[in-house]
Design a binder for this molecule. Structure first.
Ligand code: ADP
Length: 351
């Protein structure tokens, strides 16, 4: 009589209180030990009292006695399967965003379209127009806000308020910035998975001492996965701005982005589309426009989805450079700077 055999005799026993699932399916058999003619079985039950525990202990014994050679003794022990509940950290509530006029998600169906560039410059442009603005970099996989704002190396202060430790955002250019990038060394890859990523980025939004704001922009991670669904559900966003490039291939991504916010269960507003890299302008000829990805892609995309086109941002080398040097383009007065200022105006009128 082997442990394997004994397991085979008992694994099919059904639990009448749990939809007749078998002990194997419920992973109740923790261990079977055979020592000569004595058998010990350990069954693991959840902490919650199971009224059928004794019945199952009896059923296991009976099944073994039925098959085992005469003279076998059987002992069935029970243990608790789940660990003692840990003292939970206080739930993240909405207190810290209670005094925010509009929470706006900046989203894109895929990465690399300039979502963070648009988010950072839109924040700066809104601040230039006199609004109180915060930006939460929820792109936990590739936080770019510290670099784009020249705030890398800043370490947000922590303050205790009631039961909670709150992070104080980093202030620069009249905007309050918060990013998971402030908490990781630049050379450290951020490996976040599913629920961990989700709770980390909720902290970047809800555990921050924002104070009163007119706008809190959320630079969402690219894509439309579970994290997004959970964020869109749990964060009271006024609506979303979808960033895209004019190529027709981007249509499918934009559609996914829009569906994420507009599915009936969530029903957040799409405030509009921003067409980034709408045309190319050479640095030395700022008045010239080359429609390398085709013309009016953004406008036709917007009309196809029945949402406004909030702005078109040119592709210019200095815009990339300003991202790399931490001086957002929206601080200046070049044509691309002005594009962000008019985007800010279009957004405030859409609201
Ligand atoms: P995303 O957040 O969608 O991944 P980023 O904002 O990080 O994209 O932009 C990707 C790269 O493209 C960055 O190097 C950025 O500086 C550059 N970039 C974005 N928009 C423009 C633009 N309009 N002109 C020039 N470079 C741009």
């Amino acid at each position: 009589m082997t442990e394997q055999e004994i397991f085979g005799w008992i694994e099919g026993i059904q639990h009448p209180g749990r939809e007749d699932k078998t002990l194997a399916e419920l992973e109740i058999v923790r261990e079977v030990v055979v020592d000569g003619s004595s058998v010990t079985v350990i069954l693991a039950f959840p902490r919650k009292p199971d009224p059928l525990k004794n019945y199952l202990v009896g059923a296991v014994k009976a099944a073994i006695y039925r098959e085992a050679p005469e003279g076998t003794t059987v002992e069935v022990k029970t243990v608790v399967s789940d660990p003692a509940p840990q003292k939970k950290a206080p739930e993240l509530g909405l207190d810290q965003v209670a005094n925010v006029g509009h929470i706006i998600g900046i989203a894109s169906g895929k990465g690399g379209v300039g979502k963070s560039t648009v988010a950072v410059n839109l924040a700066v442009a809104l601040a230039r127009q006199g609004f109180r603005v915060g930006l939460a970099d929820a792109d936990v996989y590739g936080p770019s806000v510290p670099l784009m704002t020249g705030t890398e190396g800043s370490v947000p202060e922590m303050v205790r308020e009631g039961e909670q430790d709150l992070m104080v955002p980093v202030e620069k250019f009249g905007v309050k910035w918060m990013s998971i990038g402030y908490f990781a060394r630049p050379d450290q890859a951020l490996i976040w998975r599913g629920p961990m990523a989700c709770s980390a980025l909720k902290q970047m939004i809800l555990q921050v001492k924002w104070g009163p704001l007119d706008f809190l922009l959320i630079d969402l991670p690219p894509g439309t996965g579970d994290i997004h669904i959970s964020l869109v559900n749990d964060i009271p966003m006024t609506g979303a701005v979808i960033v895209t490039t004019p190529q027709t291939v981007a249509l499918a991504d934009v559609r996914k982005g829009i569906d994420l916010f507009q599915n009936p269960a969530v029903g957040r507003r799409i405030l509009g589309i921003v067409e980034n890299m709408a045309w190319f302008t050479p640095e030395e000829h700022p008045e010239e426009k080359y429609y390398i990805f085709g013309r009016d892609g953004g406008a036709s995309m917007a009309s196809e989805f029945g949402v406004p086109l909030l702005g078109s941002i040119p592709l210019v080398q200095s815009l990339r450079e300003s991202g790399d040097t931490g001086e957002p383009a929206a601080l200046g007065s070049r044509p691309d700077s002005l594009a962000f200022l008019s985007l800010a105006s279009a957004l405030t009128s859409a609201l």
